[in-house]
Design a protein. Structure first.
Length: 406
C-alpha cells in the first residue's frame, strides 16, 4: 500500500486548516483508493488541541514585539523545537513516504520567517525515495531577503516534481519569488471548496438566519499583507452592533469562531457585552463541528477565509471582511467579488450586503461545479505524473479524519 503524507498545519487551532487537510486527504482517496494517508504538521503539533509556539494571549504579546526582536526569538524557538523533537519525528514519518504532498493553506508566506524556516527544515527530513508535490498552496507577495533564501533552499532540497497553487495571484507571486525553478505551475483551487462532499451529512437543518464568525482583528493583522491598522476593540464593537441590529430585526444569530484561541477570547468578549440571550454562542472543537455550524446557517459573515470557503461549498451566502488580499482573491475566484467588503464596513453595510446575497439564492454559486472539477482534475493530473501511482478504478474509501489519528 502506497503512503501519502500531507504536510501542512492540520492540527492548528484554526480549524479551517484541519478542514483543508481532511478534505485533501478525502480527495486523494477518491483518486487513489489503495493508499494510506497520514498528516504531518510543520508547526510540530501531533494532534488537535495541542499548543503551538504562538497561541492565544501569547500570540498577541508576540505580535507586539518590534520586528527586529520577533525574527530572532521565533527562529531560535523553532530551531530548538526542531533539534529536540521535530527532526526525529518527521524523519520517522517521512521515511516510508511514497509521495509527500505539501499543500493547503497559505504556506508560502514570510511572516517573521515562520513558514520559510519550517519548510526549509522539513526538506532536510525528506527520504531519498519520496516524490514531492506542492498542492493548492497560497503564496504571499511580500518576502524578506532571508525568506527568499530559505524558500529557494527548500525548492532545491525538496525538488518538487509537481507544483500547483490555489489562484492566479499565487502563481504570479511564486514565479516572481522562485524564478526559473517554478516555471511550470498549475492552478488547483483550494480543496476546502469540496468540503461539502466530505461532510455531506452537515447542514441538513438550517438552525440560524445569520452566522457571525468572530475574529481577533489585532491578531489577524499580524499576518495581513494589507497596509491598514485596526484595533481589536473596534472589531468587538462592530460585532456587538451587528448582533444587536440583527436580533432587533428578528434574526436567529449564532456567534462562532474558527477555533483559534485568540478568536475565542475575542468572541467571549463579544458575548459578555451582549449578555444572556443575545445570540447562540459556539466555540467549535473539531473541523466537523466548525463545518456543521456554518452549514447550519442561512447566511454568514466573517473575516476568516476558510469560514467563507466552507460556506461557499455548502451554498451558504456569505460576506467576507477583507483583512488580507487572499480573502478578496477567493471571492473573485468564486465569482462573488461583490461580497468581499472592506474591514472599515459598519454593521449596516454588512446587513445590507447579507440581504443582497440571500436574495440572489443559488445563482451566485454557478462557479462551484467548475472549481470542483478543476480540483479533482488537478489531483488526477498530479498522480498521473507520479509513475508509481497508476490511477485505479476501484471503489474509494474515506480518508482518515484528523481526530481519528490522535
Amino acid at each position: 500500500m502506497k503512503h501519502v503524507v500531507i504536510c501542512a498545519v492540520p492540527y492548528s487551532d484554526n480549524l479551517g486548516d484541519a478542514v483543508i487537510a481532511e478534505t485533501l486527504g478525502y480527495l486523494i482517496h477518491q483518486t487513489l483508493p489503495d493508499c494510506r494517508v497520514s498528516y504531518l504538521d510543520i508547526a510540530g503539533r501531533t494532534q488537535l488541541g495541542e499548543n503551538s509556539l504562538k497561541k492565544g494571549g501569547l500570540m498577541r504579546v508576540f505580535s507586539r514585539l518590534p520586528g527586529w526582536a520577533r525574527v530572532p526569538v521565533l527562529t531560535l524557538a523553532i530551531l530548538m523545537k526542531y533539534r529536540r523533537l521535530w527532526r526525529a519525528r518527521w524523519k520517522q514519518q517521512l521515511a516510508d513516504a511514497d509521495v509527500v504532498v505539501i499543500g493547503g493553506g497559505q504556506l508560502l508566506c514570510d511572516v517573521d520567517l515562520n513558514f520559510p524556516l519550517k519548510l526549509y527544515l522539513l526538506a532536510q527530513c525528506l527520504g531519498t525515495n519520496a516524490k514531492v508535490a506542492l498542492v493548492s498552496v497560497g503564496v504571499a507577495a511580500s518576502w524578506s531577503k532571508a525568506g527568499r533564501y530559505l524558500i529557494s533552499r527548500f525548492f532545491r532540497q525538496a525538488a518538487p516534481q509537481f507544483i500547483s497553487v490555489r489562484d492566479e495571484g499565487s502563481r504570479r507571486n511564486l514565479v516572481r519569488i522562485a524564478g526559473g525553478t517554478c516555471s511550470d505551475v498549475t492552478i488547483i483551487p483550494d480543496p476546502a471548496i469540496l468540503s461539502s462532499a466530505l461532510y455531506a451529512d452537515k447542514g441538513l437543518e438550517k438552525r440560524w438566519d445569520v452566522g457571525i464568525c468572530v475574529s481577533d482583528v489585532e491578531s489577524l493583522h499580524y499576518n495581513a499583507d494589507l497596509a491598514t491598522v485596526s484595533e481589536q476593540g473596534r472589531g468587538i464593537d462592530m460585532f456587538v452592533e451587528l448582533v444587536a441590529k440583527l436580533r432587533q430585526s428578528g434574526k436567529r444569530v449564532v456567534l462562532f469562531t474558527n477555533g483559534a484561541e485568540e478568536d475565542n477570547i475575542a468572541a467571549a468578549s463579544v458575548g459578555n457585552r451582549l449578555g444572556v440571550g443575545g445570540a447562540d454562542f459556539i466555540l467549535p472543537k473539531s473541523p466537523a463541528e466548525l463545518v456543521s455550524i456554518i452549514a447550519g446557517c442561512q447566511s454568514m459573515v466573517g473575516h476568516r477565509m476558510h469560514a467563507n470557503i466552507i460556506a461557499f461549498s455548502f451554498g451558504v451566502p456569505s460576506v467576507g471582511i477583507v483583512w488580507d488580499s487572499k480573502v478578496a482573491s477567493f471571492f473573485r475566484l468564486s465569482g462573488r467579488g461583490d461580497f468581499a467588503v472592506r474591514q472599515t464596513a459598519c454593521a449596516d453595510d454588512l446587513i445590507e450586503r447579507l440581504a443582497y446575497a440571500r436574495s440572489l439564492g443559488a445563482t451566485q454559486f454557478k462557479r462551484s461545479a467548475r472549481l470542483g472539477h478543476e480540483i479533482t482534475q488537478g489531483l488526477s493530473l498530479l498522480f498521473r505524473e507520479m509513475p508509481a501511482f497508476p490511477i485505479p478504478s476501484s471503489t474509494p474509501e474515506a480518508a482518515p479524519s484528523l481526530e481519528g489519528m490522535q
